[in-house]
Design a protein around this ligand. Sequence first.
Ligand code: TH1
Length: 829
Amino acid sequence: DFGERKGQAERMLGLMDVFLKNDPISLQKDILHHVEYTVARSRFSFDDFEAYQALAHSVRDRLIERWHDTLIHFKKEDPKRVYFLSLEFLMGRSLSNIVINLGIRDQFADALSQLGFDFEVLAEQEGDACLGNGGLARLSACQMDSLATLDYPAVGYGLRYQYGLFRQVIVDGFQHEQPDYWLNFGNPWEIERVHITYPVKFYGTVTDEFLNGEKCKVWVPGEMVEAVAYDNPIPGYGTRNTINLRLWAAKPSDQHDMESFNTGDYVDAVVNRQRAESISSILYPDDRSYQGKELRLKQQYFFVSASVQDIFRRFKDTHKKFDEFPEKVALQLNDTHPSLAIAEVMRVLLDEEHLSWHRAWDIICKIFSFTTHTVSPEGLEKIPVDLLGNLLPRHLQIIYDINFNFVEELKKMIGLDYDRLTRMSIVEEGAVKNIRMANLSVICSHTVNGVSRLHSELLRTKLFKDFYDLWPHKFQYKTNGVTQRRWIVVSNPSLCALISKWLGTEAWIRDIDLLIGLRDYATNAELHQEWKMVKKVNKIRLAEYIEAMSGLKVSLDAMFDVQTKRIHEYKRQLLNILGIIHRYDCIKNMDKNDRKKVVPRVCIIGGKAAPGYEIAKKIIKLCHVVAERINNDNDIGDLLKLVFIPDYNVSVAEMVIPGADLSQHLSTAGHEASGTGSMKFLMNGCLLLATADGSTIEMVEEIGQDNMFLFGAKAHEVVALRKKGPTLKVPLQFSRVVRMIRDGHFGFEDYFKSLCDKIEGTSDYFLLGADFMSYLEAQAAADKAFVDEERWTKMSILSAAGSGRFSSDRTIQEYAENTWDIQPCRCPF
Ligand code: TH1
């Protein structure tokens, strides 16, 4: 209608500066405008945080222009879109990322410095958006960046939690969790859409009714909650395209609780309404473990239902026939967390659009694709039937119907192989009946993706073997990737400048394959000098952080050796700590001469433990007591230091990763589906010490065995090693360090007993003992390489040069071509 009121439109265009200008004066005016009118501070008196807010709003204005243009362009072109459904997005800070992607960082920095502000200082004022746990959530964020950059018509959907992932505080070496009420200071990057709301229904009953002579199901809900959209524009780099990440917040519905209002209990009724908001209030802090909690299920359905309504609304705006739905819509399930979308789309098609089962099912089979991030059967999500039936009665019926049809078909194909039928059924029978969300997702998706080659192999031969045998064509894999915009350009500006200088272009920021060009200079003395300088600058930054945080001074000559990721037994932070104790013990027993040959190390460990994960919390405490002992041992000095970095999150990672010389990825082979931290380290020219697990296997292929320190049992050997169990001989060195902990060398021996018990004898499930010698050898090899500066620098250059395959741009392109079947839709500049 804007076009119809042409006169008015022209007048509006005349009044408005469409396309804000980016010269220093315009930027300064704009920032001051926001100081005065948005932040409502006097332009003569505002602090760094207020300056950040004004800056952020000036950036946001420019972001919104492109976002509007993109949305209008998509609407006009009406391409097939991918809808990326994820319960977690770990965005971290936005400011630097946005100005860099918009190509106006330097302009803003100049404008600010003329006002007497430092861009970097203001950028530090921003808090992290931690709406996710770990790898899976950060992957979603990286993929959004790539979707925007590659001009794909994509929409992200998720939940706008009021409390992000807990803040980790360490008190006396123990982890404490504090709430992350991140919206307290406002969030300039989101746009509240009060008019974009959808009702979401829960509980109630399903009845059979007749409509135009046809029998149909009517769900009469028992509770109604409103979903309100909050839009988060995601800008691409080197393009005008800016896509939308729409997060839903729960608000009380106007139709909610009419009853209690009528009964006159007004105050109680209002208080009751507030409960609705609890649905989007908190992110579950459990990384890959499920508890079958009702609130979690409510969250899943809440965001799925709002997103599906939004998708249908958009489709119906321009289309009448549902047969066209698969030509316009691809739905991507990020793990099983959003898999209720399958039952929800089916429900809408059947009960609201009144399609036949046959037509509805045909559509389902064409639109869903599923990516699993899990390796072990215990990691797969299950929902108790009672819970689901109570909360979503109609969905349970639909899932049963899908399962009935599937099992009937299956019988025709494989006969009455009951074991196999039982394994493949969506419904798990037993004391507690469960819905297997993974089986539902595999059965209803046209494509099932793994996140690395090894992972995909494990899916085909173990986790989903029965399904693979039935539908081999469904199974693909897309090795994960991370965005070089965040993990080099934003977080390591010196390296970014260096790479552009030596490649003679900045094009690698959009076209990662160009990175390989660095190989030509892998032995160039001049590059070596500059490369070492960059590493030094980043080590200084990290050392300053460590000192500010813990008071510990670390030597820049030492090897900075980093292991940062969620704390998990399978990730074997414990192996790292045992190795450190061993190293300490060795140094203690050396004479003066031998000590001269020791390569000094600063060992850095960081990561959060799920609040209910006792063993993980003990690992954190162990790290602290060992650090206390080593760091205060004057006899050791700079030869060895151990630091635990608290509250590891995206912005801490941005500082730690560029400063690392060596990084450790120690998962027992076959347990890390992919791993993405390693990719960030690799891109930053950090050497890897790793097991042959997840994506590291593919990294070796890219950069060569000689440039990585590989160790440990291979995935196919792990099962056999476990079977050997008690007969397995563990090395003396291993028993010795465990004994030191048991004997109270570091105190708290009672507290650590259960930890020691978990890794000795038959209970060493993750094979720390079996891998220990190989681990020590890899560490020794790393020491040896580090002493040879030229060799180390060459390895570092080759690591970065070979990291191109691990860009999320490559991952997303593969998804677009092989899974979603979507085309770029580029907004004209
Ligand atoms: C992780 C995987 O453990 C990791 O190997 C992988 O690189 C990453 O996903 C991205 O693909 C997972 N995170 C979660 C989180 C939850 C549930 C399952 C997984 S798997 C909550």
